[in-house]
Ligand binder design. Structure first.
Ligand SMILES: [Zn+2]
Length: 277
């Protein structure tokens, strides 16, 4: 036992020297969480039955079986990108995944109501493309719950905009249809016209690099918009966080235009194969 204690003490001293000499605490935390991500890759979550909502089930039009497959999240993942840590592990408030430590997003925090799985995907695509706007009240409550720790200090909600040609094609912007009622629920200003998307982008491709190249310069804030957001804490609202390229471009544009802080609240967090390690 004494030998073990001595050995542990030695390891602790080595870690302290390592930290003091070469790395910041954040970097070390990234290494630790990165290692844990490898040991416990972020997949295979158990459904959370504590978020079952009979009203939601009725409104969704889904079968009880399909509804039970929706994997609701309770802010247990990465603080910056909402990527869950596997196995119910929770590293405490503010913990970041290894990807965010290596390449931080310009937004500070992300909250997601659920994982983007087959079950949630069907419903979100119906809401987005299939004229299921009747789902908006239920999905708005999901966002309200997901961002409950963010909204009280926020000034305004900014929906991720569509290019005008895409808006004509779809007839509505799903992010706007969520952010408008949500702003009333959480007492924030609704800013639907502050962030513009003047540049049309191609259909989303799969790799993170391609997505970023596609959207990097797609957004803009008008002079009038700059006045609205100067020094303000904004929350971007969107349906799905995939690689985060669109949200990165939006947040970067808003911060460059004078916003003080940008956070992100989405319906669903997609976890790709590439992000597992
Ligand atoms: Zn992250």
């Amino acid at each position: 036992m004494a030998k073990l204690v001595s050995r542990l003490g030695h390891i602790a001293a080595e870690v302290k020297d390592f930290v003091d000499d070469r790395f910041s605490l954040a970097r070390v935390r990234g290494a630790v969480t990165g290692a844990l991500d490898i040991i416990f890759p972020p997949h295979g979550f158990e459904p959370r039955d504590d978020t079952a909502d009979s009203d939601g089930l009725m409104q969704s039009g889904m079968s009880a079986g399909a509804w039970s497959q929706i994997r609701f999240l309770a802010n247990e993942g990465c603080d910056m990108c909402a990527r869950p840590f596997q196995g119910g592990l929770h590293f405490g408030a503010g913990a970041l995944c290894s990807a965010c430590i290596d390449k931080p997003f310009p937004f500070t925090r992300t909250r997601a109501a659920c994982l983007y799985t087959e079950a949630s995907k069907d419903m979100i695509l119906q809401f987005k493309h299939g004229d299921r706007l009747d789902l908006a009240p239920m999905l708005t409550r999901w966002l309200q719950r997901a961002g409950a720790d963010i909204f009280p200090a926020a000034d305004a909600l900014v929906p991720v905009p569509l290019h005008p040609s895409r808006l004509r094609q779809r007839r509505y912007n799903q992010a706007c249809e969520l952010a408008r009622p949500l702003s009333r629920l959480v007492g924030c200003t609704f800013l639907p016209d502050t962030l513009k998307r003047p540049k049309a982008t191609k259909q989303q491709s799969h790799s993170a690099e391609q997505r970023w190249a596609n959207v990097r310069t797609a957004f803009a804030v008008s002079k009038a918009g700059e006045k609205q957001i100067a020094g303000k804490h904004l929350v971007l609202i969107d349906d799905v966080f995939t690689t985060g390229a669109t949200l990165r471009a939006c947040a970067s544009t808003l911060l460059k235009a004078g916003a003080k802080q940008v956070d992100t609240v989405v319906l669903a967090r997609a976890v790709s194969q590439q992000q597992e390690l």
